[in-house]
Design a protein around this ligand. Structure first.
Ligand code: 4FN
Length: 256
């Protein structure tokens, strides 16, 4: 997979490329990535990349000519690349979008700054618009990092098998169970006993229950979209029975 980011601030990405998983993926050749400076494609004496908006108002807009030149230049070496504009107006990014994108060969991301980019670029130079969520950002760069991080780890070979993308519970639509490491007792709180038992079947069972209950309590919306395994539905049923028994007991108490 090759990622190209078109931005006014390519320096923002230098430490990102050098970081952990992305860095190893780059070194091992699973992905390649580059940041392209829009300013390098501004041909006037001052290398202007932005201008005042037609119709007035405050703020600046990224000019179309240098941005178009940057996109064309990148596409010369990547004619089949998908060009994605990062914008709050885009399709909402999530794990299923990440999975779709991991199947692409080359992706070009365009980051906005200031008030945004000229509308004619949005219309004629991009294949899609993508948003990481509903909040105000000062630029699309952090959004691109989110997307590249999430997509890269889905590319075969990028993760070791110890934390392969298939295995983690979020890829199954559940939150992660609690994690514990040494010491066994920390400031008076001990690790759940089952995790010390060495009984792997019971440990897996505890982790699944913990994942399920966390998801139910913190993010019940996640349980409405993903399909649960039979075992998971059984666990929910067990809780339902336990709660029903508690309620029945309390109602009997109230009567007597
Ligand atoms: N943001 C909203 C409404 C109006 C404007 C913004 C906003 C950066 C260039 C876009 C934001 C959020 C998620 C890119 C937000 C994203 C951006 C993203 C982004 C500078 C113009 C801007 C959604 C709060 C109603 C600034 C909300 N994912 N404008 O943030 O690029 O990718």
């Amino acid at each position: 997979m090759h990622f190209t980011v078109i931005t006014l601030f390519p320096e923002i990405f230098t430490s990102f490329w050098e970081n952990s998983i992305i860095r190893r993926a780059l070194e091992e050749g699973h992905i390649s990535a580059s940041a392209v400076n829009i300013r390098d494609f501004a041909k006037d004496r001052h290398r202007t990349t932005d201008d005042r908006p037609y119709g007035g108002g405050c703020g600046m807009v990224i000019k179309p000519e240098p941005l178009a030149a940057a996109i064309r230049s990148v596409k010369e070496n990547a004619p089949d690349a998908k060009t994605i504009l990062m914008t709050p107006q885009g399709r909402k990014f999530d794990q299923s979008v990440a999975r779709e994108m991991a199947g692409e060969k080359e992706i070009i991301f365009i980051c906005g700054r200031y008030e945004g980019i000229d509308e004619r670029i949005c219309r004629n130079f991009t294949d899609g618009e993508l948003s990481i969520g509903d909040y105000v950002l000062t630029g699309g760069e952090p959004a691109v990092m989110v997307v590249i991080d999430a997509v890269s780890r889905l590319i075969p070979g990028v993760l070791g098998c110890e934390n392969s993308a298939e295995n983690d519970s979020f890829s199954r639509g559940l939150l992660e169970h609690g994690h514990f490491t040494r010491p066994g007792i920390f400031e008076g709180e001990s690790v759940p006993e089952v995790l010390l038992s060495g009984n792997h079947q019971q440990i897996e069972r505890w982790r699944l229950e913990d994942s399920l209950i966390r998801t139910f309590l913190k993010r019940p919306d996640l349980l409405k979209t993903g399909k649960l395994h039979r075992e998971e539905v059984r666990i929910l049923k067990k809780w339902q029975d336990d709660i029903a028994k508690l309620i029945a007991f309390q109602e009997r108490e109230a009567q007597s």
